[in-house]
Design a protein around this ligand. Structure first.
Ligand SMILES: [Mg+2]
Length: 381
């Protein structure tokens, strides 16, 4: 065991990109998310700049609440293609320092630096080099946690945000995390946290002090992992291959809708977005799922697993439209989502020439879109 796992996380990523692109936004509270519509907007905050966080604005907060707290803030709609571009630049810097980079979201990745110390020095110097390079090349700041395992590195990167570098000392994993709140533990969300607080567990150390069986009886197989993590033990290795489990997109309508036209055009643009993302990662999907939240907040997800792997837009679009027709049932819809999953990263799996051609066409369209913006259309779809 040695200190060679880094978790690197870009600070307030979307908001920081906006501040870099728009100098007048700097040092201002910037809130990236849904349109606040003068306080009547729906949907949530995606990212708040640190200046906005001083007002108490947080990710996932309703945008209407953010607006009431900070009506003079700068509210910006997300520009995903711009953020993807920045993300790629940052990930490429990570990859300069190690062949083993596992990207877990648009703005964070694990980097295994075991085996590159002869080239770049110990984990701390590599982390500092990465942080310097990112700042110099993109103006973004990155917080890095260093530990002997992924779970502790992820916790460490979050401790001194923004622009932090935090080491979880070797052999001290259990003590390092024990006083922290349970929600800092990877995999403990609000639901699990509520259950744990109900039995008087508030810190990670208090999980570790319980018997493993007790935690397993509460959460099943997840319980074992949570108990192990609470003891600072994580055997998961950094791997590129299982980096992405699904690619999804959701949208909350400004007003609940049953317009077939609006629903269809929305699901089509989502199919375009998610399949484009899949192709960029050279992933082929086999399952298409839609999520519908009705005006009474009941939510359903419906999936279709295809007979073969696919990478293209049309297949996802057709499947999603079919699921939508079968499940919309004339009720008004508040939120719609689409995801593709069940990936194979074996691109060589392209069996038919016509699939190959379509793949190339889609890739070409992606490139054109990057160059000329979103207005490039697809004929006949
Ligand atoms: Mg981040």
């Amino acid at each position: 065991m040695s200190l060679d796992i880094l978790h690197a996380d870009i600070d307030s990523f979307f908001a920081s990109v906006e501040q870099i692109e728009h100098p007048s936004y700097r040092n201002q509270p910037v809130i990236v998310g849904a349109d606040p519509m003068n306080g009547n907007g729906r949907g949530v905050v995606s990212t708040a700049s640190y200046e906005a966080r001083k007002f108490g604005i947080r990710s996932a907060m309703p945008i209407s609440k953010a607006f009431s707290i900070c009506p003079n803030g700068i509210f910006v709609k997300p520009d995903m293609s711009l953020y993807s571009h920045y993300s790629e630049r940052v990930m490429n810097i990570f990859k300069k320092y190690s062949p083993s980079v596992e990207q877990i979201s648009i703005d964070e990745a694990f980097i295994d630096v075991s085996g590159v110390s002869k080239l770049f020095g110990d984990a701390v110097s590599i982390a500092q080099k990465i942080r310097d390079d990112v700042k110099k090349e993109t103006s973004l700041t990155v917080s890095v946690g260093i530990a002997s395992n992924k779970a502790c590195a992820k916790i460490a990167s979050d401790i001194n945000k923004p622009d932090g570098l935090t080491v979880c000392p070797l052999g001290m994993e259990r003590d390092f995390i024990s006083d922290l709140d349970i929600t800092r533990l990877w995999g403990v969300g609000k639901k699990y946290a509520d259950k744990l607080r109900n039995i008087g567990i508030n810190t990670i150390g208090e999980i570790a002090n319980r018997r493993c069986e007790e935690i397993v009886s509460m959460f099943g197989s997840n319980g074992f992992r949570i108990w192990m993590l609470s003891n600072g033990i994580d055997g998961d290795s950094v791997s590129e291959s299982d980096e992405i489990k699904s690619i999804s997109k959701e949208y909350t309508f400004q007003e609940d809708t049953d317009s077939a036209e609006l629903l269809t055009s929305t699901i089509r643009s989502m199919a375009d977005y998610v399949t484009r993302d899949a192709r960029r990662h050279l992933l082929r999907y086999k399952t298409v799922s839609i999520k519908l939240r009705f005006s009474d907040f009941t939510t359903i997800t419906r999936s279709e697993t295809l007979s073969e792997y696919s990478d293209d837009y049309i297949t996802a679009k057709k499947s999603a439209e079919k699921l939508l027709r079968a499940n919309a049932s004339f009720r008004k819809i508040r939120l719609i989502g689409l995801s593709i999953s069940n990936f194979s990263d074996d691109v060589q799996n392209t069996l038919f020439e016509d699939t190959e051609k379509r793949f190339k066409t889609d890739l070409l369209i992606d490139k054109l879109k990057l160059k000329y913006g979103e207005k490039i259309g697809r004929c006949g779809v």
